[in-house]
Design a protein around this ligand. Sequence first.
Ligand SMILES: Nc1ncnc2c1ncn2[C@@H]1O[C@H](COP(=O)(O)OP(=O)(O)O)[C@@H](O)[C@H]1O
Ligand SMILES: [Mg+2]
Length: 638
Amino acid sequence: MSHARPLLSTVAAVALSTPLKLRFRPTLPSSSSPSLLSATTSVFTHTATTKYLSSLRYASTLSHSPIPSPLTPKQRRRFPLKLTIPLAALVTGTALYSTSDSFRHKALAVRRVLLAAEAVVVTGYDYKYSLGYGNRDLDMNDLEDEKERKARRSRLHQRSAERVMRMMRENGGIYIKLGQHLASLKYLLPVEWTRTMEPLQDKCCPSSIESIQALFLSDMGHPLSEIFSSFDLTPIGVASLAQVHKAILKETGEEVAVKIQHPALGEFSEIDMVTISQLASFIAYAFPDFEFFWLSEEIQDNLPKELDFRFEARNSARTAANFDRARSQGDPSSVKVPGVIWAQKRVLVMEFMNGSRIDNVEYLKENNILVSEVSKEMARTFSQMIYKDGFLHCDPHPGNVMIRPTPTGSPSHRNFEIILLDHGLYRELSAEFRLDYARLWTAVIASDEEAIKRHALSLGGVDAYELFACILTGRDWDVIQDAKLTKQVRNKEETSKISQGAGNWLVEIADILARVPRDLLLLFKTNDLLRALDEDIGADDGAQMRTFAVMGQYCAQIIFEAEKREAKNSIVSATTTAAKTTMVVSTWTRGLGAWCKAYCKFLYKTLSLDVFIWWIDLGQSNSLLYRFLSKFERFLIA
Ligand SMILES: Nc1ncnc2c1ncn2[C@@H]1O[C@H](COP(=O)(O)OP(=O)(O)O)[C@@H](O)[C@H]1O
Ligand SMILES: [Mg+2]
């Protein structure tokens, strides 16, 4: 009943804050309390409140009051009406709140909307005026003033982020999901924002076991005890949308993970989505330069699917099938997707996975799992999904990826399995998009500025290709331009330059994000999460470069396949349409030439990247051979 207090106190506070000094003496149920507000909140329970309210008695407001009244006779005549309105509001509100579920739902919904609106409006006001008027005493050309301006801006970001984060915590549900999304937008938002939102990624409150039991009963038609012989009441994982319990199926004795949606989500998700969309419109209106509307559109599109676990079950089955097919075609993989046993809208029962979060470095050490291998496998796994399958898991944060030593009978080609969880957020990528995306990455890795420019425009509709490439890679433009993407690790200096850049280029970045296709937005997010994961697992210095190299190989392959198809098509169409033999022969020769060229290019790219990856691995092992070869290399350069 704790959620009941704010409403009641608000109603009581309204009643108390009427300008007239009312002189009524409430007779409290127990020892008297100094104020109506504290008395009201302290006795709030269904029955106690009713009793308490009925025990409120007015004394001394009438003419035969024993206490002399300070009011004039005219004021006294208006008195009963002025008293009646707030008091009636208090009584009606409390009675409806404690007896009617629908009223309570509406009251809480209004409270959520008000909290969200307050945070956004106050923050908007703060940004609008603190950046301009707040800095009027500062000189644009003074260096000290410039420092002060930066410090003020940083404080403004910090207090705004904290205010919004408090509201998200208070409201919970999909606001937490939104906060998590903001935390992952490292390429867009100032570091004060992303850092402040980070705790929302792993500190979610569990729903009460009673509400979980009630939801299970209402959705499945059976109590937990009928389906499971054992059900762990403490959840093994709690996230923004659901919590997961370990259980044993009565029928088969199988260990399972039961994912149950937070019951409160269903109650408020619709109103929350409308609120977020309205607030996004408000931001768009107040700050026309900041194109943030796509963020709310993303939430509107994705959330209903994420809230229906039947989609998740379908996605996970499709991903598992994709990796099985890749294996059968000779592409080994260490991915494991837990099998779904059954799925309902809000309840998902799946195979239980023993293992640990992928960023648990101690666990990796204990099980002799090499971080460099894990990082390489993650790069292969996600490249496979992006370039080959065109069906991408878009939320690979460490809470959604587990790892375990290879169990017997596993098809994994490593000594570990990467377990992909949480298949709620997926994106389907068309063949055309994948090819364009591969060409863009190839250009970025090769530092081909002309090609980057061309593909940034064709893929994202963006002229500002430098900034676009920085968002894509999470690297500084100087590094990309000097072709150091696969040669230089992102160090602290570069990271801080990028986060400062995010603050300084806010408008431009927001503009790019508003233009690019939505698929690309989720790819940006996925890239960012994978990079962060590499950093979290403390992958060696070579990991980032290795990731780019692995991806480069996948890009080379998909480009080769497209060029091969083009060459074949041109040969076929020329053969069928050309009238003369000489023409047929010449088109055949040309087609064959194009095919050979594409194949040589592909071989060169993959082999050179293979050698490159081998070289990084050798460097990390710091073997005798590596030391000898690098000395030899230095000797040659000298
Ligand atoms: N099949 C499973 N086996 C073991 N633990 C699981 C399984 N599925 C989920 N978990 C645990 O529950 C947590 C939350 O699950 P997840 O599917 O990511 O929920 P959400 O969609 O709410 O983020 C995971 O981080 C993991 O610790
Ligand atoms: Mg999750």
